[in-house]
Design a protein around this ligand. Structure first.
Ligand code: G1P
Length: 289
């Protein structure tokens, strides 16, 4: 059973400066919730009971956000604001721990910090700056866990990207089975388009067997002189089968200004009342209040 998840959220947020000078990119607001709350909710809705968030220096507000002991609780209680209290108290209603990554050593280095927390069981990884919206009430991580349960092997969310985007992603090589499932033969991190085995890109959600930790130990630093989880995944192929799943849903990268605005619009338009007003406003040629 996949019960534990690691959420890497240690990145600097350089593409969102100056907004991220003092506020972690994972704490930026989409409609009325910080990005990391969407990610934690996806994990919980997929059956995860225990989460480890990998943070870095200056990102304590994530810890505060999930604290049960929040400022103003006594005030809301005294005023009988039970609705407000309920909304705040149920944030991240599962066990969440935090660990600080002192030297930034890529996604592989961040995930490796979760080795003792995970122990000897399969686990999920959800990138903390990426929201995945989904269809049919099954979150993207839930879809991956279904495939894990079928094969008892690692499975990664993949999506097709344009050819000139492949050098921004981890790319998969392999063969299609059925229902969007691929048997993987190759992983390569951010290849140039002419060297890419396909246009199928890793999309921020993974389920791993614990064997990935031994692979991370043996993998040497790759792109940007950092430990790349994609390189460790490629090494894991020597020992275990791996699968890719073209998931049902949409990935939103919130770590750049255009992605951030698109994500806010997407989720704003989904809200019943706000969506209606927003749609009208977007159709208005002279936008104002
Ligand atoms: C990371 C991974 C990459 C993956 C991407 C999106 O890259 O290294 O393999 O495709 O996330 O999930 P980053 O966007 O952190 O550079």
């Amino acid at each position: 059973m996949v019960r534990k998840a690691i959420i890497p959220a240690a990145g600097l947020g350089t593409r969102m400066l100056p907004a991220t000078k003092a506020v972690p990119k994972e704490m930026l607001t989409i409609v009325d919730k910080p990005v990391i709350q969407y990610v934690v909710e996806e994990a919980i809705d997929s059956g995860i009971a225990h989460i480890l968030v990998i943070t870095s220096k200056g990102k304590n507000s994530m810890r505060d956000h999930f604290s049960k002991d929040f400022p103003n609780a006594a005030y809301y209680r005294e005023k009988g604001k039970t609705e407000v209290l309920e909304r705040l108290e149920t944030i991240g209603h599962c066990k969440i721990e935090f660990i600080e990554q002192s030297d930034l050593n890529g996604l592989g280095g961040a995930i490796y910090l979760g080795k003792d927390f995970i122990g000897d069981e399969p686990f999920a990884v959800l990138l903390g700056d990426t929201i995945c919206d989904f269809e049919d009430r099954n979150p993207v991580l839930g879809q991956l866990i279904d495939v894990y349960n079928q094969f008892k092997s690692s499975v990664t969310a993949i999506e097709e990207v344009p050819a000139d985007y492949v050098n921004r992603y981890g790319i998969m090589g392999g063969d299609a089975l059925s229902d969007g499932i691929y048997k993987v033969s190759q992983w390569v991190e951010k290849p140039e388009p002419e060297l890419a085995p396909s246009r199928l890109a890793i999309a921020a959600r993974y389920v791993f067997t614990p064997a990935i930790f031994q692979c991370l130990e043996k993998t040497t630093k790759g792109r940007n002189n950092e430990l790349q989880v994609t390189d460790a995944m490629h090494n894991l192929l020597n020992a275990e089968d791996m699968y890719g799943l073209q998931f049902k849903g949409t990935r939103f990268d919130v770590g750049n200004p255009l992605g951030f605005i698109k994500t806010n619009l997407h989720f704003g338009l989904k809200e019943a009342k706000m969506g209606e007003e927003l749609r009208d406003w977007l159709g208005n040629e002279t936008p104002g209040l």
